[in-house]
Design a protein around this ligand. Structure first.
Ligand code: SF4
Ligand code: SF4
Length: 584
């Protein structure tokens, strides 16, 4: 058994835990040995050779700073990279394949970015050896006999040129000052400017300053700039964040086309439908957040996603999640005992140059209604009309309802998480706070949180308020697959437990499919007009929406998850002919 000890230094707070609680409790220390000691940085330090793995210190550290991990023997015990003693360890690495799009699937905080940085040559792997300088020859030797060896040999010969789209596109404005056109011209090593600008719908933002464009525009600019570079290895870290479904499908097609016999592509993505659509094979990454990560052998995309949902890697004999994630073949069409919440007659509203209309409709209690539509098409304005915040030009809302709203873009301030979640913690610890794994964040300020942590805090704060209708705008943004499904479950539980209603705007189709029992579809032209229709039952709503997208979905026979049909495949043509874009 290989055992490693990882201490999250930023969580370790010896003065607040009662003066090195772990040192006082460790049975090996109590025998007089120095298993846990005070490190040079005054934080706890564990001698991995002396630790017996009794499990006391990780359980008792009040800040969850310690991880004691027993790794499977097959990993050989040597990481490809470790961030110092008692630091995060990464085992193995994904392998780029020329001519294919290879995906990486796994939760946040288990080393996906580390793996990409190693492949990109940004991070020199140390193979767990902190004392000696390692070079490319050591890396080649480390991977001897595997596909990775061939890839690193090509790197050594200077045959690999990488172009990399980082995860956080919001940091681009701090790195580049100037207009969109300047950034794209600077990146255009292949002289494909006009073609790319048209493909990515960027004509209207070319003259905008980079710090003035929206998240979705920034994402498309970053992907476009990455593709314009002359390279033979392209890496896209979370390319679908901030994009609506239409844009996601478009980007996925463009990324697929990039893989040729001379070019390798790697994609990290949490939108499972898009990952499924754009990749040929996948590596699953598992491990423990901020402690260690392991990269599985590659598998076909379909097999890998089904394995991921099952939570069990057969070949490796590793269970990385206790429960299986299941999708229902069909969503329930009606819920028993649903009472009327609010209804509206035909609505018209003009907002500057934008006009919004809605066909008459109604919402019942105890429902989760997904809202599908492009960005900038009036989804939020419609809900504000229901809440009475915006008055209609024409049309009536039947009752006054209280709405709790989580916006799409979240603002972080200097207050602490517990100040925001005080009510949630007091009233809904078991229903909301605990399942969203928020306890360990209580003392942090909102400005210190990652995008995913801030998202979970905002969802919890929204759901804890007293309201009749909850509007959650893009709750899946910045969350990994597990967190998305957990958020989905929490929303469903809150709605059922408190007999209220939620409207969920999101662009992750699998998430919407998982969470919704009905759908509202908003069609039209972004920034010009929006037409709200529904709520529909799932099949009807999806058919209407997918018809507009020109894609068809089938259900995977094994996991029942939705998958996009290959364009012009027999199934795609059959379903389109029958007008059955969703269920077959
Ligand atoms: Fe205290 Fe935990 Fe740090 Fe040990 S690891 S010193 S228990 S805060
Ligand atoms: Fe000591 Fe290891 Fe037990 Fe922690 S897990 S208390 S370090 S023996």
């Amino acid at each position: 058994m290989v055992r490693i000890a990882v201490i999250e230094k930023e969580k370790c707070n010896p003065t607040k835990c009662g003066n090195y609680l772990c040192i006082r409790l460790c049975p090996v220390n109590r025998e007089g040995k120095d298993c846990i000691v005070v490190g040079e940085d005054k934080k706890a330090f564990i001698n991995e050779k002396l630790c017996t793995g009794c499990g006391i210190c990780p359980k008792r550290c009040p800040f969850g700073a310690i991880h004691i991990i027993n790794l499977p023997e097959e990993l050989g015990g040597i990481p490809i990279h470790r961030y110092g003693e008692n630091g995060f360890a990464l085992y193995s690495i994904p392998i780029p394949v020329f001519g294919k799009v290879v995906g990486i699937l796994g939760v946040n905080g288990i080393g996906k970015s580390t793996a990409i940085k190693i492949l990109a040559g940004i991070l020199k792997p140390n193979m767990g050896n902190f004392s000696a300088e390692t070079g490319i020859d050591d890396v080649i030797k480390f991977f001897r006999g595997s596909q990775a060896q061939l890839f690193f040999e090509r790197i050594k010969k200077g045959e690999v040129k990488i172009s990399y789209k980082p995860q956080n596109v919001d940091s681009i404005p701090s790195l580049f000052k100037g207009k969109v056109i300047d950034l794209l011209r600077k990146s255009d090593e292949k002289s494909i400017f006009d073609d790319v600008v048209a493909k990515f719908d960027l004509e209207n933002v070319l003259d905008h300053e980079i710090d003035q464009v929206s998240g979705g525009e920034l994402q498309r600019i970053a992907i476009a700039a990455t593709m314009m570079k002359k390279a033979n290895f392209y890496v896209f870290d979370e390319p679908s964040s901030f994009l609506d479904i239409k844009q996601r499908v478009k980007i996925a097609k463009i990324i697929k086309e990039l893989a040729t016999p001379e070019t390798a592509v790697i994609v990290v993505e949490h939108d499972l439908i898009m990952l499924d659509y754009m990749t040929d094979q996948l590596h699953i990454m598992y491990g423990e957040e901020n402690a260690y990560g392991v990269v599985s052998f590659p598998k076909s995309t379909r097999q890998a996603i089904n394995t991921y949902l099952s939570g069990y890697l057969k070949e490796e004999n590793i269970r990385f999640r206790q429960n299986e994630i299941k999708f229902e073949a069909k969503q329930p069409f009606t819920k028993k005992g649903s009472q009327h919440l609010v209804s509206w007659t035909d609505i018209d509203k003009r907002l500057g140059n934008f006009s919004l209309s809605a066909k008459e409709g109604k919402l019942s209690k105890n429902h989760v209604i997904g809202i599908l539509g492009e960005n900038g098409i009036g989804k939020t304005s419609f809900v504000k009309i229901l809440a009475g915040v915006i008055k209609t030009d024409k049309g009536e809302i039947s009752e006054n309802i209280r709405v709790s709203y989580k916006p799409q873009y979240l603002e972080a301030s200097d207050i602490t998480v517990i100040e925001v979640l005080d009510d949630a913690e007091k009233k809904y610890h078991n229903l909301i706070v605990h399942p969203l794994d928020l306890e360990l964040l209580f003392e942090k300020k909102l400005t210190e949180l990652s995008g995913g942590q801030l998202q979970r805090v905002a969802i919890a704060a929204c759901l804890a308020k007293d309201a009749d209708l909850y509007l959650l705008d893009e709750p899946s943004a910045n969350l990994d697959v597990e967190q998305r499904l957990m958020v989905g479950k929490v929303i469903k539980d809150v709605i059922e437990h408190r007999y209220v209603t939620a409207l969920v705007v999101d662009h992750d189709l699998l998430f919407i499919d998982y969470i919704s029992d009905h759908l509202i579809v908003v069609t039209g032209k972004p920034a010009i007009e929006g037409n709200v229709r529904g709520p529909f039952i799932m099949e009807e709503g999806m058919n209407l929406f997918l018809d507009g997208m020109d894609i068809t979905l089938r259900r995977d026979l094994e996991s029942r998850r939705p998958r996009i049909n290959k364009e012009e495949s027999r199934l795609d043509r059959d379903q389109k002919e029958k007008g059955k874009y969703y269920y077959t």
